[in-house]
Design a protein around this ligand. Sequence first.
Ligand SMILES: *Cc1c(COP(=O)(O)O)cnc(C)c1O
Length: 447
Amino acid sequence: MHKPQSSSDWIARSLRSVWHPCTQMQHHEEVPLIAVSHGKGPWLYDHEGRRYLDGISSWWVNLFGHANPRINAALKDQLDRLEHAMLAGFTHEPVIALSEKLAALTGYNLGHAFYASDGASAVEIAMKMSFHFWRNGGYSAKQEFVCLQGSYHGETIGALSVTDVPLFKDAYGPLLRAAHVVPAPDARNAQEGESAQDVARRAIGDVRSLFEQRGDRIAAIIVEPLVQCATGMAMYDPLYLELLRELCDQHHVHLIADEIAVGCGRTGTFFACEQAAIWPDFLCLSKGISGGYLPLSLVLSSDAVYQAFYSEDITRGFLHSHSYTGNPLACRAALATLDIFEQDDVLNRNRELATKLTIALAPLAEHERVRHFRQRGMIFAFDAVEPDAARASSFARRFFTAAVEHELLLRPIGRTVYLMPPYVLDEEEVAGLAARTQKVFDTVIAH
Ligand SMILES: *Cc1c(COP(=O)(O)O)cnc(C)c1O
């Protein structure tokens, strides 16, 4: 273990013993595997000292760079106090302070925090809570869920049942409980003369008909507010969320906002829902909440939800638990992350950063082989035009490989290239990220 090893040694050992996620392992016969030795700011380094600009925040989790000194210091301090204690019958300062901060961030509209470790578990919790809420109120027929076309909410069985990404879902179809899938308000679906708001209104029409027919059977609708990330950064107008909130109120259907990817400032506001001036009944957070340090997820819910479970009867209480619920180290990383938001006025600074990146990406936006350049907050995406079917299907892999050769970590989704960088890029990194992306795109598209 202590003998210095080259990247190729680590890679060979990894391929023998580690089963990598979201990967056909055989593809690693061609696609490079990068053995990371350390990270600093937006950069990851391998064992030979080659570096990679982390343009996708290591699967959307990192906010303030790798090995961030402030988060590191908080964790070192926490480590000497308390690494973990069970959260049933016990409580501790990090989980209390974090819950209070999150409640305050929602203006106390969602003042109760329930914890888990990964995003998919937060989705499971929101779904179970919604169903159980209705059952406690005598509406046990409300058992169905609604999701949007192209939705992604995680890959455990319950979360996968409200996910609409065929690649992830089809293989496990027989294990899943069918959900209702309604059209997405994706602004790219605009017909001639239609605005993004028109698309939103049209998509709401379908939800309305479904609620009118089956509202008494439906527990909740789950959405990724403003950007459906995993399906390829499909962006839509906030009006959709505003109208959806009204419909949910009219038909007594819960609104679950899965802000696992879009929360924590990613779309420009701390919560994406703020841009529609609404609050959901349940809000799921994970990914960026710990700054990308430790597995942490949570579901925020309203007082009305909480009160429906408050009783003498244990079976009316919420029945769910994970061993690492509210882990103090993870909560402390989250507190340090929220401190940085406050101390550095991050949301305002990100506005400038996003403008700079948009300007730097302008040549790509106008590229003749690019369609639908789009941006919201710190998410940037465009679709590559690749008429050749074989080349189109290998586009993402070829792009990833070429990006690595240009010191860049980018992983397109199909033909959608996106940037979701950490919030700590300096001027040079902004320019470098845009220039490298363009260079890689030209190489891959022209080859
Ligand atoms: C990543 C993601 C999840 C799942 O989170 P995991 O931690 O990977 O289980 C759920 N919903 C959305 C919107 C996500 O982006």
